[in-house]
Design a protein around this ligand. Structure first.
Ligand SMILES: [Zn+2]
Ligand SMILES: [Zn+2]
Ligand SMILES: [Zn+2]
Length: 249
């Protein structure tokens, strides 16, 4: 078992160091101060490990979404311009933010996009890119410098030294993707509340993610030899998740 703390300094809600005045009680001012333990073999706790990886995994779908909007916006405006028949104005203006975000996120996931790609081409190229990252994800998550860099270009809303850069989180906040999460039927293995959301795989063969909204428990269906796949069981189809997850870091 690992006993290293999460390198991002996460604390566990409701858990205190012995020196904390709220140790042993749950009505104090401190919401939790004991540091979350890192996962085995990496420097991140389960929650940080899962959040960063899940967001990297949204890149193909997000890039496809941005490309679709780029083409649709262009088409709508072109029609408008043609109707007005303004001479010398054949190209539709596209929101430059869409193009910048596509370029930045493609570079984040190591994708060289062809000229004028279709949304499907963008998605497929991005899938190839994230497969490479995911294959080496545990090395990344066990390297302090890589963690800082990846957290910045994926998870933050704005990079202070490069405020124009489109992080994945910034793009998701501006152009949200459909929330595909369901509630799990089973209670959280850590806090026992029935507040675990299930995120279905973002790409074929990808993991499902289980994340508790009451505590910081998080695992994927590939963790611990797939034991949580059985434990979490089928979705609770009577409830709709109501927690948007595109907030910042
Ligand atoms: Zn405390
Ligand atoms: Zn953490
Ligand atoms: Zn929980």
């Amino acid at each position: 078992m690992s006993s290293r703390p999460c390198i991002r300094g996460c604390v566990v809600r409701g858990r205190h160091f012995a020196a904390c005045s709220d140790y042993g009680r749950d009505d104090g001012d401190c919401s939790g101060c004991a540091t979350a333990e890192a996962r085995d073999d990496v420097m991140l706790c389960h929650r940080c490990y899962g959040r960063l990886r899940r967001r990297i995994e949204t890149a193909p779908q997000l890039l496809e979404h941005l490309r679709t909007m780029t083409l649709n916006v262009g088409r709508a405006r072109r029609y408008d311009i043609e109707r007005r028949a303004r001479p010398g104005h054949t190209h539709a203006p596209v929101d430059p933010d869409l193009l910048d975000a596509t370029r930045d996120i493609a570079s984040t996931v190591y994708v060289d996009l062809p000229d004028a790609p279709t949304p499907t081409q963008v998605r497929d190229a991005a899938r190839a890119g994230i497969t490479h990252i995911i294959d080496h994800y545990d090395d990344l998550a066990n390297d302090a410098e890589s963690i800082v860099q990846w957290w910045q270009i994926v998870m933050t809303l704005e990079i202070p030294t490069a405020p124009d850069f489109w992080t994945i989180t910034r793009a998701l906040a501006r152009w949200p993707l459909e929330d595909r999460r369901h509630w799990a039927r089973a209670p959280c293995p850590s806090c026992d509340y029935r507040t675990v959301t299930v995120s279905p795989p973002s790409y074929p063969g990808g993991p499902s993610w289980y994340a508790c909204q009451s505590c910081d428990w998080e695992r994927s269906d590939q963790d611990e030899h797939g034991r949580y796949r059985e434990l979490m069981g089928p979705f609770d189809t009577n409830r709709t998740p109501a927690y948007p997850e595109t907030n910042g870091s």
